[in-house]
Write a protein that binds this ligand. Structure first.
Ligand SMILES: Cc1cc2nc3c(=O)[nH]c(=O)nc-3n(C[C@H](O)[C@H](O)[C@H](O)COP(=O)(O)OP(=O)(O)OC[C@H]3O[C@@H](n4cnc5c(N)ncnc54)[C@H](O)[C@@H]3O)c2cc1C
Length: 305
């Protein structure tokens, strides 16, 4: 392992990882970030962050780009590779990828989460032909059409409101009897003339010919029925990107990483912040707070703060 170790490697260039790297670099730590896909994470395609991270009207892509630029100016190394494992070796943490091994004194896991699938017939078949998870990118394709949005949390309501700018009607399908979302979204959705909520209802199948034409839903009270729609957008929760971590890093039943109050995991020197962490609130502002808190403690341990 000839390579000079980094003070810290941050896994994930979502908003949380970029913020952690920024705070570490500002504290004088030699820092690298690793990214499996494109920087920006879950908010990359969100045109209007709400709530916005610092009360500015800004898109996810703009905000992430600003952070990437700031990090580059601070000398953060951005490595475009997926972390496939994290090992302990000779008192250091080593992040492995398909093509390399990167040693570091500390590792910050900010690998976030991905949208869960509905796991119903037709979902994979119609991916990109009516099944989507990006209201901002695909909304304009459904001008004056009817679409279904599935879910009852912040993302489902926020994205239903985005789609309502374009679509004739949104069927918001929720398996529960109340939303688990910020009051402002609940109020706006409830008052919107083109959003109709199907409570206590699940999606059983997605059907169509070349593209989506209908969903089969099941209402708890009335059994199954078909709903005509040209698009299906599902926001039914998140699955953590934590599979590559060693078993010694404890996780909750959903696979989210458990940390102490300090944000350190069960393995000393490995920290977890943001959407990959068990107990994370779901708000970018909180992810950024976590990132800065972890960075502060790491910098202190390295004698930089
Ligand atoms: C549709 C939608 C809209 C939202 N809108 C808002 C909003 O307006 N305001 C708000 O506050 N919150 C919003 N959220 C919530 C917000 O997206 C998350 O809270 C936030 O993205 C968490 O940031 P993160 O950096 O922890 O994780 P992520 O955004 O998930 O970023 C993690 C990054 O790590 C990378 N990665 C994963 N595994 C690896 C690996 N093995 N190696 C290297 N890199 C890896 C991923 O590719 C990704 O880039 C929204 C969420 C959704 C789904």
């Amino acid at each position: 392992m000839a390579q000079q170790p980094f003070d810290a490697i941050v896994i994930g260039e979502g908003i949380c990882g970029l913020t952690a790297a920024n705070a570490l670099a500002r504290a004088g730590c030699r820092t690298a970030t690793l990214e499996a896909q494109l920087f920006g994470g879950l908010v990359l395609n969100v045109n209007e962050l709400d709530p916005a991270p610092d009360e500015r009207a800004v898109s996810g892509a703009e905000f992430a780009t600003e952070l990437m630029q700031a990090n580059a100016e601070l000398g953060v190394a951005s490595i475009q590779e997926a972390a496939s494992a994290v090992h302990d070796r000779e008192g250091l943490r080593v992040v492995a990828t398909a093509s390399g091994r990167y040693p570091a004194r500390h590792v910050v896991v900010a690998s976030g989460a991905r949208l869960r699938k509905l796991n119903v017939p037709g979902e994979n078949e119609f991916e990109g032909r009516g099944v989507s998870s990006c209201a901002d990118c695909d909304g304009p394709l459904y001008q004056d059409e009817e679409v279904a949005v599935v879910g009852g949390g912040d993302s489902a309501l926020q994205e239903a409101l985005v789609l309502a700018k374009y679509c004739r009607k949104i069927h918001l399908i929720h398996r529960g009897e109340r939303f688990r979302a910020q009051e402002q979204f609940v109020e706006r959705v409830s008052a919107h003339p083109r959003i109709s909520v199907a409570w206590n209802t699940t999606v059983e199948a997605i059907g169509g010919n070349k593209t989506v034409e209908r969903v089969r839903i099941r209402r708890a009270s009335a059994g199954a029925e078909e709903l005509a729609c040209a698009g299906v957008f599902a926001y039914v929760g998140l699955a953590p990107n934590s599979e590559f971590l060693p078993p010694a890093i404890t996780r909750d039943a959903g696979g989210f990483v458990i940390t102490q109050d300090t944000l350190e995991t069960a393995v000393p020197g490995i920290w977890a912040v943001g959407a990959v962490r068990s107990g994370y609130s779901g708000l970018l502002t909180d992810a950024m707070d976590e990132a800065r808190r972890a960075a502060r403690v790491i910098a202190m341990q390295l004698g930089r703060a």
